[in-house]
Write a new protein. Structure first.
Length: 202
């Protein structure tokens, strides 16, 4: 997790909410933003902070995103990542940012995604990256949670005094083009909490 002990803030990286761009901008803007090892992986639920008393009064920074849009973004990101690895397997090296797990992850997950397509991705995927907001963010955290919307990311830039550079962007049409009535409803049920919490509509 990325932590600023001076400002008493923690960035909660929810997948496909500009978290890489935010992470990098914070590090570049302020040397007080540092990583702490609380668990493996880039995306870690803030619920784990219950085991770390020193961070109980830190403010959590989190970004929500329309769940229908986030699903399409994640699917297209996986497709792009797989394409990159297929085109250039040597692009994944042990010393790289992604490390070797990326190659194994692509073989197991992304090939299935390619063969099944988006609709089956929505129906079948058990990927934890798709979990709803309450998996990632503990809103009972004593230090509080400062939420921002992906759709109004400029509010976050102003609050943290940073300027984002777009990274890991996938190219696709408006998310509504990818759904039929069945998958639209599956996503609505799956993200019922997100939709109710943040007022999202298809």
């Amino acid at each position: 997790m990325l932590v600023n002990k001076k400002r008493k803030m923690i960035l909660v990286r929810i997948p496909k909410t500009a978290s890489t761009s935010i992470n990098d901008a914070l590090i570049e803007s302020d040397e007080n933003w540092k990583y702490i090892e609380v668990s493996e992986g880039w995306h870690v639920s803030s619920k784990i902070l219950k085991d770390f008393d020193e961070f109980s009064d830190y403010e959590l920074i989190a970004v929500s995103r329309n769940p229908w849009d986030r699903l399409v973004s994640l699917f297209c990101f996986y497709l792009k990542r797989t394409s990159d690895i297929i085109r250039d397997p040597e692009s994944v090296r042990l010393e790289d940012h992604e490390k070797y797990w990326a190659y194994e992850w692509a073989k197991k997950l992304n090939i299935e995604i390619i063969t099944k397509g988006f609709h089956n991705f929505v129906k079948d995927s058990k990927d934890t990256s798709l979990n709803s907001y309450d998996f990632w963010v503990d809103e009972s955290h004593p230090g509080g949670v400062k939420w921002f919307r992906f759709e109004q990311i400029c509010d976050l830039e102003q609050y943290l005094d940073i300027k984002l550079t777009v990274k890991n962007k996938s190219n696709h049409l408006h998310y509504s083009h990818y759904y039929d009535d069945e998958t639209k409803e599956i996503a609505r049920i799956r993200y019922e909490k997100d939709i109710a919490r943040f007022g999202y509509k298809f």
